[in-house]
Design a binder for this molecule. Structure first.
Ligand SMILES: Cc1ncc(COP(=O)(O)O)c(C=O)c1O
Length: 488
């Protein structure tokens, strides 16, 4: 490993600058915390506030990096196996929007899985693109969506050979990965670039037991949440780029277009430090998390009514590999939803899970865990089981994503169309002008331009009845919905 990976050019530069105690006549006006609310200052601490700085000349500029930010990005590129890395202070959402807008111009087609994050759809609206959806493989037992297959992606390319890019999710929120390298090779065979939403895969590059990272699989771009699992502060991510299908100068100008001019140096410094931690100790950190997760999985699988999904799930194209630090805890015989379990664990055990759905809760084991935190989780799950487990077969509602509705007009045209609000229950057959998504993790059931079906209405109502947050429309209760005004 390059010894420079042990250094942090940006964090070090910021600390040196703060140590010089320059007399500041620039923003932020709190000037190291002195001009701000004392309670907040004391809580956050002087060290953090001393590096809450802006793009004054000695500190480089994310929009035109040429000093310590450039050096930090270059080290990140080396660590992530990319040719170019761009820091994002607007989360992976900002990096995803940059990826899409780097390849899509108005009218261009882009092939995307249906279970994409809303930032992909926002980017398609901004770019004026035309989404071509590929259904993810649904898991009827777990009621969750996995990856897409090479066959389905190739079919979409045959139907839309003019597509400008294929976007894939690797791994999914639940940690499941498709055979990414094989899909990338296939898509590249058609001369089309592959963009990867790697929001949940920052660690994959650093341990051989985890699925392949997007850069290892040969993808052209990957938006990677360092903040989610890589140890940087919330909102900080990276955009990795390699190969010659993407013009990295265009990527720089687009990320700049989408980024605040007041970039947070605390976030940027946290990316620099997280990169060092991952590059120099990543394997060891992931190994520890894997061992804790292995133990948790073994113990959870002894608890009546609950199972923790493992490698037995694998074996198909779309379910090719998994990140075993993510504990998919399947509540097969408790007679409660994942959402109920989430609430119960919060109220009884002060435990916050990552997400819940109808049949599962997801718990993440990370380098922040200890044997003690895992022990508490196991004890809490035993308690949950003792409260709710009843022997015998439980009735299950079928879990399916509704068919992808037909796109009547482009999402952008629908978004800007002349619209009217009508009762949701009477909206079948109309063209929706807003998003409806199930949270978490924000899978779109309907998006602007699609024709609403009875099946969509039922699906959404079922989720609302189960207490799962459904979001998107202006009316948070989804009694009224905005649709395109139709000619009389
Ligand atoms: C699959 C997926 N992609 C992208 C994002 C967006 O990431 P961020 O919150 O960093 O903007 C998320 C966030 O949860 C996600 O789950």
């Amino acid at each position: 490993m390059n010894e420079k990976q042990y250094t942090t050019p940006l964090l070090t530069r910021l600390k040196e600058h703060a140590a010089q105690q320059p007399i500041q006549f620039h923003i932020p006006g709190h000037k190291g915390g002195r001009g701000m609310d004392p309670e907040f200052r004391n809580f956050i601490g002087e060290s953090a506030l001393s590096i809450d700085l802006i793009n004054i000349a000695p500190l480089d500029d994310l929009h035109h990096p040429h000093g310590s930010i450039k050096e930090a990005q270059e080290l990140a590129a080396e660590a992530f196996g990319a040719e170019h890395t761009f820091f994002s202070v607007q989360g992976t959402s900002g990096a995803i929007m940059t990826m899409v807008m780097s390849v899509c111009t108005p009218g261009d087609k882009i092939i995307v899985p249906r279970n994409v994050h809303k930032s992909v759809l926002s980017a398609i609206i901004l770019a004026g693109g035309h989404p071509v959806f590929v259904h993810p493989v649904m898991d009827p037992r777990l009621g969750i969506a996995h990856g897409v297959t090479k066959k389905d992606v190739e079919r979409a390319i045959h139907l839309h050979p003019d597509a400008k890019a294929v976007l894939l999710i690797n791994p999914t929120y639940y940690g499941i990965a498709a055979n990414l390298a094989e899909i990338v090779e296939c898509v590249h065979g058609y001369g089309i670039p592959v963009l990867v939403d790697e929001a949940h895969g920052v660690q994959t590059h650093f341990h051989e037991r985890l699925p392949m990272s997007a850069m290892q699989a040969g993808a052209d771009m990957a938006a990677t949440s360092v903040h989610k699992l890589g140890g940087s502060l919330t909102q900080s991510s990276v955009l990795n780029v390699q190969g010659n299908r993407i013009n990295h100068r265009r990527v720089q100008s687009i990320i700049s277009m989408l980024t605040t001019t007041s970039t947070s140096y605390i976030l940027l410094a946290s990316l620099d430090a997280a990169r060092r931690h991952l590059a120099t100790r990543g394997r060891e950190l992931v190994e520890n998390a894997l061992q804790l997760a292995d133990k948790a999985r073994r113990e959870i699988n002894q608890i009546p009514g609950i199972s923790c999904i493992g490698r037995e799930l694998l074996g198909s194209d779309a379910v090719y590999d998994m990140d075993e630090t993510k504990l998919i805890i399947h509540l097969h015989s408790l007679g409660i939803t994942g959402y109920d379990a989430e609430r119960w664990l919060r109220e009884r055990w002060n435990i916050e899970v990552e997400l819940s759905d109808l049949y599962n809760i997801l718990c993440l084991v990370t380098p922040g865990d200890t044997p003690d935190s895992i022990e508490v989780l196991i004890r809490a799950l035993r308690d949950l089981s003792s409260h709710f487990y009843t022997e015998g077969k439980q009735e299950r509602k079928a879990a399916q994503l509704p068919d992808i509705p037909s796109l009547a007009v482009s999402p952008r045209d629908a978004f800007y169309a002349n619209t009217v609000t009508i009762p949701f229950t009477e909206s079948a057959g109309r063209i929706i002008a807003e998003f409806i998504m199930i949270y978490p993790p924000g899978i779109p059931v309907l998006l602007p331009g699609e024709r609403i079906t009875e099946e969509n209405i039922e699906y959404i109502q079922k989720h609302m009845e189960a207490g799962l947050p459904v979001q998107g429309p202006e009316d948070p209760d989804i009694r009224m919905i905005r649709v395109i005004r139709e000619p009389r």
